[in-house]
Design a protein around this ligand. Structure first.
Ligand code: TNX
Length: 514
């Protein structure tokens, strides 16, 4: 794939530094003369990071990497005790080896992600441009979301998604574990959830679920790669599947003319209480908010999810409760956010939950309105900040990876708009919700909803290359040399072969961008 625009770049030293395959853009890149050639890559220093890199190199080269320290270790990973920015690193290839220095192991890991973008395999061994990179993230929360409810993804597929995201320095994986079409996580106290409500999906697939061990395996795999899993149990809407297992917990579907008409247009079913739903309609389901048994259920589920989640967050949804009276919705969200606090975790909720004035203090909001907020969205999002929480920004007309990149794209939806690469790149988290200071913004998240996504191959087709744009928005400074669309495209051109070498089938969707 060839991206245009790059050809117009002048070739002075700074610009050639910025045509390297580096996304997200580092804070400082100083290019020196020539390349460092290394016949083999021995790694010394921090053993956990070293083992991961050895594994990555093995995958890239198809060769086992030397375990011990060769005569001249070619990559050294050093932790230093200083006050540099958390997760930051220095990568220096100007000497006779590659040196990565950081104050924490996340920083070392990110240094190795940058190294993997720069490393080339030549006939003579490995080669890397001579360069000094100093780098640190803009935002602490750099998230991707995977909807395993509409279509289920296996543990191996989720791990592959973790690999893709961590290579771009993302550090949170939000798993959307439950929705109208399926419940995907074992809960011992309510066993019918997986016995009955995990079957089927938003199509004609078999569905599935993660056992607790599966879930722990994902959490562990992500944690080794400095990624925190954020589990979402979507409440009180998006709960039709709960009613397949426990019909008494869920209201009769709230069917509007629009839902019925849309189902007809798509030749999809309308939801029927207590039966599996395979359509794509949203907003028709709700837990029974006035029943005490509902809160027994919510408490049991949240307690079990908290117990198997080492990360600080539990996401409890709160989106699209279209048939729920505002007072009922507020009462539910206030109580549910408190149940999360009682587990010792911090609640995250979609921004509509900010309509409830008394959500638990410190609850984090996830904004999914458009880049220019409409209606009450900004006010709802701001509520989380006034209640002492932060905001995660997922503007749907920029970050929703399930929106089509062009009108003719075979996969994806378009309700939030068509999102070509250029649009995905052009927005700034600090400019979305007026009056919210950057200090209240935890970061950004790019969600992949899976109504039309049935496999990792489908996911890749929608996600790449747009995920690289979101990586840059999440990590890179707002301004600075190279923080431009032209530089990004040039670096992306250089990165595509690196992505392909790691097994990602990057489509040519971006080729028409300029
Ligand atoms: C909106 S935005 C949803 C999901 C759908 C998605 C499809 C939000 C929090 N919810 O239920 O899967 O649109 O793009």
């Amino acid at each position: 794939m060839v991206l245009t625009d790059a050809t117009t770049l002048p070739q002075d030293p700074i610009d050639s530094a910025l045509s390297m395959p580096l996304i997200p853009l580092p804070v400082h890149v100083r290019l020196a003369e020539g390349h460092l050639l290394l016949p083999s890559l021995g790694i010394e220093g921090d053993p956990v990071t070293a083992a991961l890199v050895r594994h990555d190199l093995q995958r890239l080269s198809g060769e086992a990497q030397p375990e011990g320290e060769p005569a001249k270790a070619s990559v050294s990973l050093a932790l230093v005790d200083d006050t540099s920015t958390p997760q930051g690193y220095i990568l220096d290839t100007r000497g006779d080896g590659i040196r990565i220095v950081a104050r924490d192991s996340a920083g070392l890991y990110y240094g190795t992600r940058t190294l993997l973008q720069l490393l080339q395999r030549t006939g003579e061994g490995w080669s890397v441009p001579r360069v000094l990179i100093e780098d640190a993230p803009r935002f602490a929360y750099r998230g991707v979301m995977l909807d395993v409810a509409r279509h289920f993804f296996t543990v191996d597929e989720v791990k592959a998604y973790v690999d893709r995201a961590t290579a771009l320095k993302f550090n949170h994986l939000h798993l959307h574990l439950t929705d109208d079409q399926g419940w995907r996580l074992q809960i011992d106290s309510w066993p019918l959830l997986t016995e009955r409500a995990s079957e089927g999906d938003a199509g004609d697939g078999p569905g599935g679920f993660f056992t607790k061990d599966d879930y722990r395996e994902i959490v562990g795999y992500a944690a080794e790669r400095h990624m925190i899993v954020v589990p979402e149990i979507d409440l009180p809407g998006h709960t039709h599947a709960i009613g397949v297992a426990y019909p008494d917990l869920v209201e009769e579907p709230w069917l509007t003319d629009q839902i019925v008409a849309e189902a007809g247009r798509l030749a999809q079913p309308v939801p029927v209480h207590g039966e599996h739903f395979s359509g794509w309609a949203v907003g028709h389901s709700s837990l029974r908010i006035g029943e005490e048994r509902t809160y027994d259920f919510v408490k049991d589920v949240l307690d079990e999810v908290a117990a198997m989640t080492p990360g600080p967050y539990l996401h409890i949804g709160g989106d699209e409760c279209l048939g729920t009276a505002p007072a009922d919705f507020a009462a539910f969200m206030e109580r549910a956010t408190r149940l999360v606090s009682e587990t010792g975790k911090t609640a995250i909720a979609w921004h509509e939950a900010g309509a409830a004035h008394d959500i638990a203090e410190g609850t984090v909001g996830q904004y999914w309105g458009s880049a220019v907020p409409q209606g009450s969205h900004a006010e709802e999002a701001t509520r989380f900040v006034t209640r002492g929480g932060g905001l995660i920004l997922s503007p749907s007309d920029r970050t929703y990876l399930d929106m089509k990149p062009d009108a003719g794209f075979p996969l994806g939806l378009d309700w939030a708009g068509i999102i070509p690469l250029r649009t995905a790149y052009h927005w700034d988290p600090a400019d979305v919700v007026p009056g919210v200071p950057e200090s209240a913004i935890l970061g950004i998240e790019a969600p992949l909803w899976s109504e039309t996504v049935e496999s990792l191959k489908d996911a890749d087709a929608l996600v790449f290359p747009r995920l690289t744009a979101h990586a840059e928005t999440a990590w890179s400074a707002r301004e600075g040399a190279g923080r431009t669309w032209e530089s990004y495209l040039s670096r992306l051109n250089a990165l595509v072969p690196v992505l392909q070498a790691s097994g990602i089938d990057v489509t040519t969707a971006a080729a028409d961008e300029s």
